[in-house]
Design a protein. Structure first.
Length: 268
């Protein structure tokens, strides 16, 4: 049994940790609305001038669309490439999973500057769009997140037996995969998509070193603002944070709505 003092101590520690994590976010949001906040505990005034200036700037809209495009394309490519591999490893050939685990760790061991240097040296003389190289590179770097999220989804059930039963009942391979496997790993797919999107949406090192000012994403634009205007950079950080929350919320409700309708149609 846990004593009352231990419960109080645990709650106190959790409260301190939550305050420690949330305080910078709250301070950034308050600073984005402040007129002047230098030597006082609270800002001297409140204004939305910085938000109006940022939203009316065409560079902000362009950077946001580019980051959104980068996040969506990277998510789709990562899912299309890695989901069949994880499916094959779990259903057909579990012996290769140890090798896949080793491969998924490799992106963590390669610094971004080394990766970009290698990509430039290899593809500089080849007529391949650098944007495509960037998307593929980010997809590769997101492999640990994508693989682990999908692999965990295959642990709960015997998917090999389910898949073979669907084939025996007359479904084709693709039909069995879409009708039996995908609905049962939808949570893992959603988590993988969310982690990959947020990683690609906020990617800075590869984008800045590989494309520089030719493809200014939201993170590159944010870094440029930090060097010129503190309030504007706080505004952009706040918008960036709220936008990720909005995208996550939309994805969650979309998944619930879609799979809710699928389950109702099956019951009907």
């Amino acid at each position: 049994m846990v004593s009352k003092k231990e419960k109080i101590a645990a709650r106190f520690i959790m409260t301190v940790l939550i305050i420690y994590l949330i305080a910078p976010i709250i301070a950034t949001i308050i600073y984005s609305f402040s007129t002047v906040w230098v030597k006082t505990i609270l800002p001297e005034g409140i204004t939305i001038k910085w938000y109006l200036q940022l939203v009316s700037n065409s560079d902000f809209g362009t950077a946001l669309l580019r980051s959104l495009l980068l996040g969506v394309l990277t998510t789709l490519i990562s899912l299309a490439c890695f989901l069949p591999v994880v499916f094959y490893a779990n259903v057909y050939n579990p012996k290769i999973k140890s090798k896949l685990h080793f491969i998924t760790v490799l992106p963590f061991t390669i610094p971004g500057i080394i990766l970009v240097t290698g990509l430039i040296r290899v593809y500089s003389a080849i007529p391949v769009p650098k944007l495509l190289i960037l998307i593929l590179a980010i997809s590769l770097l997101s492999l640990p997140l994508t693989y682990q999220s999908l692999d965990n989804a295959f642990i709960a059930r015997n998917f090999r037996a389910m898949f073979e039963q669907a084939l025996v009942l007359g479904d084709r391979t693709v039909e069995a995969f879409l009708k039996v496997i995908v609905p049962n790993i939808r949570v893992g797919i959603f988590i993988s998509m969310l982690l990959t999107f947020t990683s690609a949406f906020g990617e800075y090192v590869l984008t800045n070193l590989l494309l520089g000012g030719n493809f200014e994403t939201l993170k590159v634009y944010m870094y440029r603002l930090m060097q010129s205007n503190g309030q504007a950079s706080s505004v952009l950080t706040t918008i960036y944070f709220l936008f990720l929350i909005l995208v996550s919320t939309i994805m969650i409700f979309s998944m619930k709505h879609y799979w809710g309708k699928k389950s109702l149609s099956k019951k009907g």
